[in-house]
Design a protein. Structure first.
Length: 173
């Protein structure tokens, strides 16, 4: 990775400065980002498609210095550990992710993210399931990917037995 990109990602944001002072979550999401009817029904915050105005994929750095509370969303999310480590609780299961690990979270998957320190970088990649197309599925099928079945089930409306897939970084990759 280019040093300039990594240096930019390592800069402390305004929200991170607030969280660093008190080590408590500071909400940076506008009210429009929440599906209030689903939030009331599930009794946990549900993020909606707010992030996809004029774009198909939304990529962001996850804020550091405070744990992120349990939530879910109406879109798919990939958590990629660019640097360091992070603890998450996904559907009640504690997970420890390290540099290079990927976690794919399905629509409606309950999860929380633990405290990230100064040297930890978690990248969030969000996309709607309507962006899953035949070309993508065919490419995944050719590679006999476990991701193929997961996304195919999502596309055709069959429930997955798991609401997430964990891809640990493999040694030597």
């Amino acid at each position: 990775m280019l040093d300039s990109v990594l240096n930019q990602l390592m800069k402390t944001t305004a929200i991170e400065r607030q969280q660093l002072k008190i080590y408590e979550f500071q909400n940076d999401m506008p009210v429009a980002a929440y599906d209030t009817s689903l939030t009331q029904e599930r009794k946990t915050p549900v993020l909606n498609n707010y992030f996809f105005k004029n774009k198909n994929i939304y990529v962001s750095k996850h804020n550091r210095y405070a744990p992120y509370p349990v939530h879910t969303h109406t879109f798919l999310e990939i958590n990629y550990v660019l640097r360091g480590e992070v603890d998450e609780v996904v559907e009640g299961r504690e997970m420890h992710l390290k540099t290079g690990d990927l976690l794919l979270l399905d629509v409606g998957c309950n999860h929380s993210i633990g405290y990230l320190g100064t040297n930890d970088l978690l990248i969030n990649i969000l996309f709607r399931d309507r962006d899953i197309n035949i070309d993508l599925l065919n490419d995944l099928r050719k590679n006999q990917s476990v991701l193929y079945e997961f996304l195919l089930n999502r596309k055709i409306g069959i429930g997955n037995t798991e609401k997430y897939i964990y891809f640990p970084q493999t040694k030597g990759a």
